[in-house]
Design a protein around this ligand. Structure first.
Ligand SMILES: [Zn+2]
Ligand SMILES: [Zn+2]
Length: 304
């Protein structure tokens, strides 16, 4: 109570005037608000403090991928091996051996032979690289997981306090990323619980793999993995994926040229156009089986 208020009180015979009653109630409200703010601050500090002790092993497990990686990977291997078998078979087996349209072991015979087998060899190397190279998933580490953003504090606290009861981390739908407060451009994935550093490039959370991936292009359900990285870069598998697609096209043309050329050598140039049409039809049917068929099974390609 201030000094004037006490003088007023004496002058009024101990009765509090209406105006003072209002002032006093305002004062009480202010005190109450201040107390609530202080409490909130203390609570906030306590919550913050409790999360400074969180270690990597205490974090909730990474989300479970929404696909059968093994099955999809086997499908990709079968598609590549069938394609190799088909293109080598049509070039070497049909054009160079069965049709016998080239002089055996002539220069053109050797060119087509070396071309198709080197393409097959590169396709196998590309397949192995595709299966072994990490697309660029952001790993959980001391650098990528901390500091945990304050917005995650209530959900993480709730998880840490009740994880023994089978409580999982609650992530509000449609709120995938949190921006860093320091305007660095970094973003925090609320599903993987990792920071995606803007200096490392663009990132995307793959909804199929349930991981944040650097330089994400798409998720390929044929190979059962994300396709990510930059062309001609050793990081990620994007270069290998593009190489495999390019090898498919070049192998197609090698087989095409070999068959048409070989048959025209046997039956004469007049047969080149009708034979080419037949071969195109044959390849169209096979491409439907080897490429667009598997693509129809791919969730990402189907959406495009
Ligand atoms: Zn993520
Ligand atoms: Zn993916």
């Amino acid at each position: 109570m201030d000094k004037n208020f006490i003088i007023d009180l004496i002058e009024n015979g101990g009765e509090i005037s209406d105006s003072e009653q209002v002032d006093d109630s305002e004062y009480e409200e202010q005190v109450e608000e201040q107390a609530v703010e202080e409490q909130a601050e203390v609570g906030h500090k306590t919550r913050h403090k409790s999360l400074t002790n969180v270690t990597l092993s205490m974090l909730p497990p990474l989300p479970i991928p929404r696909h059968n990686k093994q099955r999809e990977r086997n499908g990709g291997i079968i598609v590549v091996l069938l394609s190799i078998f088909f293109f080598v078979g049509t070039t070497h087996g049909l054009a160079l051996e069965a049709f016998d349209g080239f002089e055996y072991h002539s220069t053109i015979w050797w060119v087509l032979f070396i071309l198709i087998y080197s393409q097959a060899g590169l396709a196998i190397l590309g397949l192995m690289a595709m299966l072994m190279v990490d697309p660029g998933a952001v790993p959980r580490s001391q650098q990528t997981c901390f500091p945990i953003p304050e917005q995650m504090t209530p959900a993480l606290r709730d998880y840490l306090e009740h994880k023994g009861d089978g409580v999982r981390l609650f992530v509000p739908p449609g709120n995938n990323y949190l921006a860093a407060l320091d305007r660095s451009g970094d973003t925090y994935c609320v599903r993987c619980l990792v920071w995606r550093r803007s200096k490392d490039g663009k990132h995307y959370h793959c909804n199929t793999c349930q991981r944040c991936v650097k330089d994400y292009d798409h998720h390929c359900s044929v190979f059962g993995r994300c396709i990510a990285g930059r062309l001609l870069s050793i990081q990620g598998n994007y270069t290998f994926f593009v190489s495999m697609c390019a090898l498919f096209v070049t192998a197609f043309f090698t087989s095409f040229v070999a068959i048409v050329w070989s048959i025209s050598n046997i039956y004469g140039p007049a047969w080149v156009v009708p034979i080419a049409c037949l071969v195109i039809l044959y390849f169209a049917v096979t491409t439907r089986l080897l490429v667009t068929g598997p693509m129809a099974l791919c969730r990402t390609c189907r959406r495009r």
